[in-house]
Design a binder for this molecule. Structure first.
Ligand code: AMP
Length: 431
């Protein structure tokens, strides 16, 4: 027997029955993003590995452990496969900034507001809510005019509004500030001072993180590390006056907008590029992988990737996690069909098929079974497809140039001339 294939571990098929949820999320997102004047950008799903290493930082977990690198077509003299220097994107901020710089977008607009949908790839150990291919919808607002606390507030409120529009209402928003790059340095100094007495008790990974990127210790999942982090007293003493004022302004604006948030002094996000505001949205119903989305400000990334000195802020939401959290919410039926055409015998097929195409050409959704089976089984198929009307063609209809139209909701049926079908359906479907 031939081998049967399955999807690779940590990836999923999005089956037709799951698609309405995905479509709803995309549709609602697009509506809201249009209101906020964000424009879509689509970048390749792979880029130079170095782009990700430079933007997220060599010491980030993603770059160290989760990059899915593409192999080269070439082998070395020992027949070992070489790396191509390209990797599947683990996130999209680096790619969007690469494109912003490459296409000199700073010269086109003083503030560029972009959004994206698409798959991301991380070589993680799969578990519920943690995949190797997952999807994000995200935004990035980049430009010389983007260093405004009102833009931070816009981006945060946009993420909250999007989640609400998907029917979610039990999520929690956490915010913090890392301050300017200088403040961030002072913050890491403070963390080292407070953690060095506990160094011996930290896990092996965190011992390395203590030297390389002390912020990562705050995200460690190890129980003992978590307890140590909880036991140290954190404060905002590392912030300069300007950074502190900026942060207060963001919070004040969120208060004015009526957005609930919790300040979380240990929220730092694991990527090098964040400065100032960072935020995370989680839903405890999701269990251990509870983050629905996250974002923050990254004022130096554009210049670090060869662009102008412009500021930026953005976020990404995980679509699979949104769908998991939505499971309690009723799934809307987005994909119902207006009509279903039935041929009762082969002689009627030609006419039925022609009608199917005439209806479609008039922008009325329609389908048929493409075979001739009993009326009962074709009616069952029409019902399953969610058809509002069924158009029946048999010997009688073909000889009289008519069609029998059945209204599936009301159960009524009538016969009309076949050249009046489109007009009849258009009138009735408009109501
Ligand atoms: P991050 O860039 O890691 O902050 O990711 C932003 C959002 O993407 C997270 O809050 C999750 O909702 C989602 N996400 C990140 N990694 C994964 C993954 N491996 N599987 C599924 N969703 C993920």
């Amino acid at each position: 027997m031939s081998k049967k294939f399955s999807v690779p571990r940590g990836t999923n098929d999005i089956l037709p029955e799951d698609s309405p949820q995905w479509q709803m999320i995309e549709l609602k997102s697009r509506e809201i993003l249009k209101n906020y004047n964000y424009k879509e950008i689509r970048t390749p799903i792979f880029e130079e590995t170095e782009l990700f290493a430079r933007s997220m930082g060599q010491t980030s977990d993603i770059v160290q452990k989760q990059m899915l690198n593409l192999a080269s077509q070439r082998k070395d003299e020992n027949e070992n496969i070489q790396l191509s220097g390209l990797s599947l994107r683990p996130e999209n901020t680096a790619s969007v900034v690469r494109s912003y710089v490459q296409n000199s977008m700073d010269r086109k607009e003083s503030l560029t507001k972009l959004f994206y949908f698409g798959p991301m790839f991380r070589g993680e150990r799969p578990q519920k809510g943690r995949l190797r291919q997952f999807h994000q919808v995200g935004v990035e607002a980049i430009g010389p005019n983007s260093a405004s606390p009102y833009l931070d507030a816009e981006v945060i409120s946009l993420s909250v509004e999007m989640l609400k529009s998907f029917g979610l209402n039990t999520f929690k928003l956490k915010i913090n500030t890392l301050g300017s790059p200088e403040d961030k340095n002072a913050f890491s100094g403070m963390l080292r001072d407070k953690l060095c007495v506990h160094l011996g008790k930290l896990c092996d990974d965190c011992k390395l993180r203590f030297e390389r990127n002390v912020f990562r210790i705050l995200d460690c999942k190890d129980k003992e590390c978590k307890d140590i982090v909880k036991s140290i007293d954190l404060d905002h003493s590392y912030l300069s006056k300007e950074s502190s004022e900026y942060y207060s302004e963001v919070k004040k604006t969120l208060d004015t907008l009526g957005i609930e948030y919790e300040e979380s002094l240990d929220l730092v996000r694991g990527l090098d590029y964040y400065t100032h505001i960072v935020f995370e949205i989680s839903d405890s119903s999701l269990g251990s992988q509870d983050a629905l989305g996250a974002g923050g400000r990254y004022n130096d990334l554009v210049s670090q990737l060869g662009g102008a000195e412009v500021d930026a802020v953005g976020f990404a939401l995980g679509i699979e996690r949104i769908i998991l959290a939505r499971q309690k919410v009723e799934v809307d039926k987005l994909s119902s069909l207006s009509t279903y055409v039935i041929a009762l015998d082969y002689a009627s097929m030609q006419k039925a098929f022609t009608m199917l195409n005439v209806i479609r050409n008039n922008c009325i959704s329609s389908d048929m079974s493409f075979g001739v089976s009993s009326l009962k089984s074709q009616m069952r198929a029409a019902n399953k497809a969610g058809a509002q009307f069924v158009l029946i063609f048999g010997e009688d209809e073909v000889s009289k140039n008519t069609v029998t139209i059945k209204d599936m909701r009301e159960g009524s049926q009538r016969s009309i001339n076949d050249d009046e079908v489109v007009q009849y359906l258009t009138g009735i479907l408009k109501r």
